[in-house]
Structures are given as structure tokens and as C-alpha cells.
Write a protein that binds this ligand. Sequence first.
Ligand code: SF4
Length: 169
Amino acid sequence: MSMDDPIGPADIENGYLRCKKDAESGGYHVNPDADFARGLVGGLMVNLARYGYESCPCRLASGKKDEDLDIICPCDYRDQDVVEYGACYCALYVSQDVLDGKRELASIPERRPPRSLRSKNSVPVTSGPLQVTMPVWRCKVCGYLCARDGPPEMCPICKAKKERFERFL
Ligand code: SF4
């Protein structure tokens, strides 16, 4: 999709349904306010057309993919925010308690560190008692770990792409 292709209601509906399906297949939940969620999905589509990647619709992207990797949806901060606050920063994803109406949503503080404190490799590469014969890769979005020569094309848990993996061991 490019800025030349207008994003219509049918595109947004398809994107919303795909987002919901992906979320549910990975054990996540999209905000039950479908119109609100559609608005955010529309924002992701606009950012995809504008930058070439789906940067968070609630944050200002730099336009440089390398600098924005942590805020490509699903962002690196989603899981922690869903656990702690019941929703991601934009509230596109919510916890089971929010979905069940057992928890009210409140404002969610920005967890993303300022640019000067961001590092490309947030988890130090360490070695411990564990003997590994293969590199171990960690999904920076959900923490999924796998031992293989290179990172997978897509995280089987949260569907983040290959570029969101980092060398763990
Ligand atoms: S998961 Fe992160 S990037 Fe995606 S909508 Fe929520 S806060 Fe924004």
C-alpha cells in the first residue's frame, strides 16, 4: 500500500479482522470497542503507507525504521503494559480482565524510554550454566525464545517479524 492508494472503510475492516484473528490466535485480545479498534488499525495502515512499516498510531515515528523498530505494532512494550495496566499504550490490545469487564481502563503512561536511553539490544548477551550449541533468539515483543541458526521469519506467539528478534545467547 502507498500514499497513492486511498485507505477505504473496506481496507480498514479487513485490517481490523486480520488484527483480531492474529491476536486471538496468539492469546491476545483486541479492544472490544470495535470502532475504537478500527480507528487504531486505520492509523496503522496510514503509517504503513507513509513510512513502509506499521508504527504505533499513538506515537510519533521518526520515519527511520531502525530507530522505530521498538514501536512497530505490536510494540516492545505491549505485553508489559497489558499485564500492568490492562491495555497497551494505545489500548488496541487489552487484557482478559478488561475484556471480561472486570477491570476499567485508565490512562497508560508511556513506557518507551527517551531516545538517548534506547539501545538496539535491550537484553545483554550472557552465558550461564546452560550449555547451548546453537544461537538462542529472543522475540523483543513477547519474550519467546528459540534456538536455531537465525531468527524465525515470524514469532509464532505474537506474530512479530524477524527483525524484532535479538540474539539472547
Ligand atoms: S501494541 Fe504498541 S504499537 Fe501497537 S497499538 Fe498498542 S501501543 Fe501502539
